[in-house]
Design a protein around this ligand. Structure first.
Ligand code: IDP
Ligand code: MG
Length: 139
């Protein structure tokens, strides 16, 4: 059965562009509850750990530089079928391919600077949430 939690980050491009509020409004209007939230910044090393699954990809070094280039907002979200519904809300990785009305279509500037992260499975939602939040910070 699908779980009810996912993990997201508002990425440095969207934070820098002043889109935190607009993105959180879309997330809440889509029925997600924010159960943990943190405004923070990743070091290059921490970004590398978070995206370790991509370390063999050609864009890995650029991705780690970009993700550590400015502050981010990390959140754990709750909703029925959270992982799949959130991936639908954010749209395709490449904003040029993202559906109308999705967060990436509205706010992403490139395939790299694509405004938001969304976990791709229940297991990764758990792992990624734990990367930013200790048990005591999780509601
Ligand atoms: P996802 O964020 O939609 O799950 P992934 O394939 O897991 O996409 O890639 C992780 C992140 O790496 C993307 O969100 C994006 O920031 C970056 N990325 C993915 N593919 C490319 C690419 O081809 N060029 C540059 N950056 C990329
Ligand atoms: Mg991914």
């Amino acid at each position: 059965m699908a779980g009810n939690k996912t993990f997201t980050m508002i990425k440095p491009d969207a934070v820098g562009a002043g889109n935190i509020g607009a993105i959180i409004k879309m997330i809440e209007e889509a029925g997600f509850s924010i159960i943990s939230m943190k405004y923070t910044r990743l070091s290059g090393e921490r970004a590398g750990q978070f995206y370790a699954v991509h370390r063999e990809r050609p864009f890995y070094e650029d991705l780690c530089s970009y993700m550590s280039s400015g502050p981010i907002v990390a959140m754990i979200l709750e909703k029925d079928n959270a992982v799949e519904d959130f991936r639908n809300l954010i749209g395709a990785t490449n904003p040029a391919e993202a559906a109308e009305g999705t967060i990436r279509k509205l706010f992403a500037t490139s395939i790299e600077a694509n405004a938001v992260h969304g976990s791709d499975s229940d297991d990764n939602a758990q792992i990624e949430g734990s990367f930013f939040f200790s048990e005591i910070e999780k509601f």
